[in-house]
Write a protein that binds this ligand. Sequence first.
Ligand SMILES: *Cc1c(COP(=O)(O)O)cnc(C)c1O
Length: 462
Amino acid sequence: MHPALAGDLSRLPELLQDACDFAAGELTGLAERPVAATGRAPGRAPLPAEGAGAEAALTRFAERWAPGFSGSAGPRYLGFVTGGATPASVAGDWLTSALDQNLSGAGGSWAGELERETVDWLRDLFGLGDAHGGAFVTGATMSNTVGLAIAREWIGERLGVDVSRQGAAALGPVDVYSGSPHSSITKAMSVLGIGRDRLRPVPLLPGGREAVDVGALEAALAGRDGRPAIVVANAGTVNTVDFDDLRAIAALKERYGFWLHVDAAFGAFAALSPEHAALVDGLDAADSVCVDLHKWLNVPYDAAVQFTRRPDLQVAVFHNASPYLGLPTGEPDFLHLTPENSRRLRALPAWFSLVAYGRAGHREIVERNVALARRLGAGIDALPGLRLLAPVRLNVVCFTLAGDPSQERVDALARAVAASGEAYVTPTVYGGVPGLRAAFSNWRTTQADTDRVLEALAAAAG
Ligand SMILES: *Cc1c(COP(=O)(O)O)cnc(C)c1O
């Protein structure tokens, strides 16, 4: 054994303790460190010829790189939709690495059953029925990609084409209807050989809404003469957290042949709050559902779950054929369900957080985040220099400078907020107007944090 490895093996408990102490120090200071790194990263060093051991690696990381990491796990990072990591989920994540299970198949371990238990719990949490099977993937983009891959296979079933063998081209054009799809939907369409240009935008409801006009969707489907299609419904758009009427869309399935995929990346968490659960009414009727976990469940990157009512088609797409593995029946191993073969025990952080805080603890995070978004929205509304671009529907505040702001002025505002170290918000364009979004999805955020964000915005807006 290389001496550096042998040395580390003999001191393994101390090394883990050092890393733990370092992490604890970083997390203790998290709420007060600058929310975004603004300086320049160090130059890239050459590959070390001789190893220096884990202790030296920790020291070098702490000196060279850690100071430039963002406070994105902290309470005032409101860019994109960025969750933090609950204490229990961090512990679960560490154990995922330490125990290093390969979840491709059973492989002499109970870990796969733990993932199945966790998927069952998540299905319950979001109000989905037993007909939905699921698996962990790396994020909502991959969850959407898996959902649309199963949808593509379903179109093949309808048209008598075995897509998994004959390829997407054998299907001819596949149309995807959606109102305000996330950018990852067209990315998935590109990956799957459907093509980005096959997105068929559906008109939205009037009044600046981001939800589809279900009448217009029905008219589009009626014009297809029975040719099967894919509909992507959106349960929580990133700008204004608008929701398509899932129940009304699902009801159209009685008359028109389509696969209903719901991108509920963070909107699914509305199900945890009785006040907002009606927003995801009808979610269970979807053929496939995407939910991100590294956002509002507050587990570390990278984790999401995908659900579908057609695990048989999922296996048709993803089965890993091999001379000693027939087509699986019953509960297939995960390597037959997901793009990866070898995969980490991504479920363990979620399992830890659900055991530690339960439905009630996670409901509290969601409800507090929503209340704080409303608070920031009301604060922005009262400032002369800023105005809301849309009502605060759930956990995102979409706003801009007063008057008719240029992209340059909005970008400058975002930079000034980041440079203050106090808060982080990210740009968007809503209804043709450049603006900013503040998304609440971190378990640590308090009312005091929200008031600091408002002060930072007010100062930067002048
Ligand atoms: C964040 C998000 C995605 C993509 O999620 P990743 O985890 O970044 O892959 C897809 N859809 C919606 C609605 C999202 O909010």
